[in-house]
Design a binder for this molecule. Structure first.
Ligand SMILES: *[C@@H]1O[C@H](CO)[C@@H](O)[C@H](O)[C@H]1NC(C)=O
Length: 265
């Protein structure tokens, strides 16, 4: 036993000399957010709504850089080079949250392909855009490809399921989840080391169930997707609570939650 622990110690001391130069590590990590209007700063640009990414800094002890942009899907965020831009900013130890789904549906093979719809499926299926003939990949492909570039930079990745639409629309409570929630869970798992998943959809669903019909409807001033600043803050609180409760799985953000965050379900 003594022999093997000595061996271990020797190996540990020998490592730095053998390893490739370690990337500069920040004293505290930065959390980068990649997503759509429901996460973005003034996502819908209508003056009445905001994205939840703007409120996350109230609930974590480390800086948050919100790179979410309205109208984007995993596909268009990839093709516009926005994941690449984040990869260029990362330092070892940083954390990237990837949350898409609201703009990822629809048919890429249609002649009116909007550049956002992913190829249906959960693996390496491909489609051909009916508009410009380009190859279109699945939601999981785009997310996992981005995660790979982030992890190569020494970062870790949290795949977050999309926020729900108004689950009390019409006065009765719905619990049905869009397929991108399961896709996000699967992508988080398939990333492997350095990847994790948080069920933000389920967290906000839990919060809305507790809040009830009238109060939830009041968070949607314009449509059933974009919330008021108060609704966005609630989504950030639900996210932080999901991280705290490891819903579903442990994420690197768990180490950086403020104490005394609100309990919303
Ligand atoms: C996450 O866990 C919750 C609670 O167990 C469960 O209801 C939910 O379906 C899970 N989410 C996914 C995407 O599997």
């Amino acid at each position: 036993m003594k022999f093997s622990s000595e061996l271990c110690a020797t190996a540990l001391f020998a490592l730095p000399a053998l390893a490739t130069p370690v990337m500069e590590k920040r004293a505290t990590p930065t959390i980068y957010l990649a997503g759509d209007s429901t996460m973005a700063n003034k996502g819908a640009n209508d003056g009445a709504t905001n994205g939840w990414g703007e409120y996350l800094n109230k609930y974590v002890t480390v800086p948050v850089v919100n790179k979410a942009l309205g109208g984007r899907s995993a596909r268009s965020y990839s093709n516009e080079g926005r994941f690449t831009e984040i990869a260029g900013l990362l330092k070892s130890g940083d954390i990237v949250v990837i949350e898409f789904g609201h703009n990822d549906g629809g048919s890429p093979t249609s002649s009116t392909d909007n550049g956002r719809s992913d190829c249906p499926g959960t693996a390496e299926e491909t489609c051909i855009s009916g508009k410009d003939g380009s190859t279109v990949y699945t939601f999981g492909h785009y997310v996992k490809a981005a995660a790979k570039t982030f992890i190569a930079k020494g970062a870790t990745v949290v795949v977050s399921s999309q926020t729900p639409n108004n689950l009390w629309e019409g006065g009765s409570f719905s619990t049905s989840a869009p397929r991108f929630v399961a896709y996000a869970a699967q992508a988080g798992k398939e990333i492997g080391t350095g990847g994790s998943f948080v069920d933000h959809f389920q967290a906000v669903l839990n919060a809305y169930r507790k809040l009830g019909n009238t109060a939830t409807n009041a968070l949607y001033p314009n449509d059933h997707t974009h919330t008021s600043p108060a609704g966005a803050d609630l989504s950030a609180q639900a996210f932080a609570q999901a991280i705290k409760l490891n819903l579903n799985g442990t994420t690197p953000i768990a180490s950086y939650l403020k104490s005394g965050n609100p309990t919303v379900w």
